[in-house]
Write a protein that binds this ligand. Structure first.
Ligand code: SF4
Ligand code: SF4
Length: 392
């Protein structure tokens, strides 16, 4: 199916790296659910899915730990596809696998009480509130350093429009013309893939790739969501056979590389308090840890603390499903223990991780673009006040 899908050495390093295996004694672990199940399925066509395969969050930490490059998490994603599910659960999963369609009716996320229970949604897990977004006109590129495409993913489009607007303001302040993409509400395919619907994921990604394909001449595609970022960079070329028309760069990395020194210096006038940073599991696997921490420090945050969690348990729509509520809570508790009731801001570039971690820890979770933009405006206001005070 993939290169190296049968290269497993049985070393169990993937098992050691798996956060769900550590928290859930019933979870068989990546080695059993990935390469071992795959071998058995080749020998016995029609083999039914193993119990608890759907409890895998698709964090890919197992795959990153594998010395033989076995695509462990991707084998598990295909394994999930062979599960038998009730018609209601199939319907729920089909809807959650298409967040770009959900995003066109964002109020759907608020479904509560008996209807939510009936379709198998967790009524305890916090769900997002709609935040309307005004799509800007095509930018004029005259005099700009270059054109960047801002990838406004389906979650941001429906529930965190402020992050896209903040990122856009900052990119313009740094001299770029900003083109928002994709034009329609579309998905990178991550949700469907993680839920064990690889064929659907590829179809969804193909439609998005067609939309992105018209964006020639852009210097970079700047992403706001760590999962979409990793999916565009890693899954698209390797597993979805889709081209991306420009390098994919997460917002934090782009800011560190392209924001001028005067911008960072200007933030000093705005105090930040205690700042926690969470690098999502998907970002760790795709880009490594460090960009968000570096951004917080470069922006002069007073005190920065890294959240010591691998996967927080949100995992896209994972924590929204009733049967995953317990695992999602256990994974998130580690963050709650570390924060220990302190107040502060949590920087995280994933809307669902932000929701879950703010519920678990009580912290105010912010997208780094919103946080930077607020601090920039706070600095300007503070400097304006001190200038006015000097004049009087
Ligand atoms: S999948 Fe990789 S890490 Fe896991 S047991 Fe096999 S070789 Fe080791
Ligand atoms: S993808 Fe994550 S949750 Fe799934 S088996 Fe691998 S490490 Fe465990």
């Amino acid at each position: 199916m993939f290169d190296a899908d049968d290269a497993c050495l049985k070393c169990s390093l993937c098992v050691t790296a798996c956060p769900v295996y550590r928290e859930d004694p019933q979870f068989p672990g990546p080695k059993v659910l990935g390469p071992e199940w795959h071998r058995a399925a080749l020998a016995l066509p029609g083999l039914t899915a193993a119990d608890h395969v759907d409890d895998c969050t698709f964090c890919q930490l197992c795959e990153a730990a594998c010395p033989a490059d076995v695509p462990v998490a991707h084998l598990i994603a295909h394994h999930k596809a062979s599960q038998a599910k009730s018609p209601v659960v199939r319907l729920r999963d089909a809807v959650l696998a298409r967040p770009h369609l959900m995003a066109r009716a964002p109020g759907l996320a608020g479904l509560g009480g008996p209807p939510a229970r009936w379709v198998g949604l967790s009524v305890e897990t916090r769900r997002p509130r709609p935040q309307p977004l005004r799509w800007p006109a095509e930018p004029a590129a005259t005099g700009a350093r270059g054109i960047v495409a801002l990838f406004v993913d389906c979650f941001t489009r429906a529930y965190d429009g402020g992050a896209a607007e903040a990122a856009s303001r900052l990119l313009k302040a740094w001299g770029y013309a900003v083109r928002w993409v994709p034009r329609e509400s579309r998905c990178c395919g991550a949700a469907a893939y993680a839920a064990g619907q690889p064929a659907t994921a590829r179809r969804i990604a193909a439609a998005t790739a067609e939309d992105l394909g018209v964006n020639h001449g852009v210097q970079a595609i700047v992403t706001l969501n760590a999962t979409c970022d990793g999916t565009l960079r890693d899954e698209w070329p390797r597993y979805f056979h889709q081209d991306v028309p420009a390098p994919v760069v997460p917002f934090a990395a782009f800011a560190l590389a392209e924001a001028p020194p005067a911008f960072w210096d200007s933030l000093v006038a705005s105090p930040s308090g205690l700042v926690f940073v969470h690098t999502t599991c998907r970002a760790k696997v795709s880009q490594g840890e460090g960009a968000l921490l570096a951004l917080a420090r470069r922006a002069g945050a007073d005190v920065v603390e890294r959240l010591d969690v691998e996967c927080c348990g949100a995992a896209g729509s994972y924590a929204f499903k009733a049967e995953h509520h317990g695992v999602a809570q256990r994974l998130g508790r580690r963050a709650a223990g570390q924060v220990g009731g302190r107040s502060g801001t949590l920087l995280v570039d994933s809307g669902t991780c932000a929701l879950h971690l703010s519920q678990m820890t009580g912290l105010y979770a912010e997208h780094p673009a919103r946080w930077l933009d607020q601090r920039r405006r706070g600095s300007e206001a503070n400097l304006g006040r001190s200038t006015a005070a000097r004049r009087t």
